[in-house]
Design a protein around this ligand. Structure first.
Ligand code: CO8
Length: 373
């Protein structure tokens, strides 16, 4: 049986970024206009006035300072407040496939892997832009990969679920090289008019090349173990689907966009994830002292602080549990992979770290890695 490893990762970051100050300025213009337009109804008590957002709240509550997006100007335009990505003809690469391909090309180049030697592509992300054909198959075709491809969605945990799926293909002998891509256009399913959540998400794409150890480049990450967990909850939900339709700009049907009970998520997910990690770590015969780094899902700085403290038994330093929330915000499934991609080169051979994701479902996945090479 082959041992699965991560051979390389890739990251595509959109050029444009929105700072909290820019975001709040635009949101508050929307609030002022709404309150002015509805002044009479607000005075009569039939309409609730909107409350302004604040940079201080966002940074304190989440640790987020900015987010990259694919379509900046329309998001900041109080008349629009959502991305405007023109629909493309069927013959053109779709936007989700395009950003996935960019991240994938980086991962393939880093591993020195020719696309024709990849056996499968998994597109593991929160929101797919269409029903079919699978985005993964479009990515496969664009890269010239033979074999098979499919899409999978476990919200923010999609990447770790994708890694386990790829690792299982390798263990079972169905594939030797599997490309997992996580394109996240979160801006398209975020309600930019919702004060409670308008600051949370950003756009990005990551790629992970999972391979059999015998074909991997000399420097790679041995997958020591993977574990997945799900538990149904309505506290993070998006009802958009093929049996219903959002208005063209998503306005008026907020349940067809991302919504959450953030406080409940925080309270319920922290113990679920720390218990998952600690149990998995013990079953692998590892202790907290063996862990050099945690690459946690990037949803909220406070949540990561608590989870890391429960797992390590002490407050984690920025080096032990790096954050990318400040510049990328929450990028759903891609967050822990960005943290890994940007903060793993300094580990020495033999050192151990953990990729862990968690999110809607609820869902959580842990992947323990040991550097080789
Ligand atoms: N500006 C100023 N004040 C605000 C704002 C704002 N923008 N928003 C809320 N407030 C106020 C509230 O009105 C409230 O006031 P009061 O105390 O008077 O009632 C006060 O601030 C506190 O509000 P909250 O209780 O909501 O604030 P929290 O401290 O709980 O922080 C968070 C809110 C940041 C959302 C926090 O609860 C959190 O991060 N929770 C965890 C969230 C999480 O991890 N979610 C997982 C989502 S990822 C996922 O799986 C989804 C995948 C799909 C991707 C979707 C892409 C779009």
């Amino acid at each position: 049986m082959s041992t699965p490893v991560i051979s390389a990762t890739g990251l595509f970051t959109p050029e444009d970024s929105i700072s909290n100050a820019e975001l709040v300025e635009s949101f508050n213009r929307h609030v002022e206009r709404f309150n002015a337009d509805n002044a009479e109804a607000i005075a009569a008590g039939t309409v609730q006035p909107l409350a302004p957002s604040s940079v201080e709240f966002i940074e304190k509550a989440s640790g987020i300072k900015a987010r990259h997006v694919l379509s900046k100007a329309p998001i900041l335009d109080p008349e629009i407040m959502c991305p405007r990505l023109p629909e493309r003809p069927d013959e053109e690469l779709s936007v989700l496939a395009e950003i996935a391909v960019k991240a994938a090309q980086q991962a393939l180049a880093a591993a020195g892997r020719d696309a024709k030697d990849v056996d499968a592509v998994l597109c593991a992300c929160s929101n797919l832009q269409r029903a079919y054909p699978a985005i993964a198959i479009e990515v496969q075709a664009a890269l010239g990969i033979e074999g098979f491809a499919f899409d999978m969605n476990v919200a923010c945990s999609s990447a770790t679920f994708g890694i386990q799926t790829a690792a299982d293909f390798i263990r079972a002998g169905h594939a030797k090289s599997v490309l997992v891509v996580n394109p996240e256009v979160c801006s398209g399913h975020l309600n930019w008019r919702d004060r409670d959540s308008h600051f949370i998400f950003g756009d990005v794409a990551t790629a992970i090349l999972v391979e059999a150890q015998e074909i991997a480049p000399e420097t790679h990450w041995e997958i020591l173990g993977t574990r997945l967990l799900t538990q149904f909850s309505n506290n993070i939900r998006n009802n958009f689907g093929f049996l219903n339709r959002a208005a063209p700009d998503g306005i008026g049907q907020p349940d067809k966009l991302f919504r959450q009970e953030g406080r409940k998520v925080f309270r319920e997910v922290v113990p679920m994830v720390s218990t998952l990690i600690s149990g998995h770590m013990a079953d692998l015969g590892l202790s907290a002292d063996d862990l050099r780094r945690l690459w946690l899902h990037q949803a909220n700085a406070g949540m990561n602080r608590l989870i890391a403290e429960r797992v390590l038994g002490h407050e984690a330093s920025a080096e032990e549990s790096p954050t990318v929330l400040d510049t990328y915000a929450n990028t759903s499934s891609a967050g822990s992979i960005i943290a890994f991609h940007l903060n793993s080169a300094d580990l020495k051979a033999g050192e151990i770290g953990l990729i862990c994701s968690f999110g809607a479902g609820y869902s959580a996945g842990s992947v323990f890695l040991r550097k080789a090479g």
